[in-house]
Design a protein around this ligand. Sequence first.
Ligand code: SF4
Length: 136
Amino acid sequence: MSDTRRNDRWIDVFLLRMREPENASDKPYYTTGSIVTAAMLRVVVLGLGCIALAQVAEPTVVWWTAMLSIWGLGVYPAWLQYQTFHQKVQDLTVGTLCGACRHFNPTNQLCTILDVHVTNEEPPCEGEGWEPIEGS
Ligand code: SF4
């Protein structure tokens, strides 16, 4: 991955964009880990901003600013993106051949025997490796 694309990726993660970019076709662009990382980065930046604000503002103003900004700009956008991610995993699990296969790991959208990400309705093994989930 080039430096420019790596930087773009960090900017995308930090901004918690709701839609994956066009080039995100071979593996999941947003994952639980990237969402949590983005939320933590945002909370750290907001916390530093609030510490700076505490040098010039009343404590009540600082507390309200911290609470509202950490919720509104840190946690809530991450929660929204997690909902989008979760819905996408649900769609893959319910509507695809991989979703009914014992080798599919929905946590990271991975086929565990091919070690490739499942990103659409086409199973990467073209159905040859499919095995039913035990107990179903
Ligand atoms: S073995 Fe085939 S059907 Fe099963 S998860 Fe992997 S790609 Fe999908």
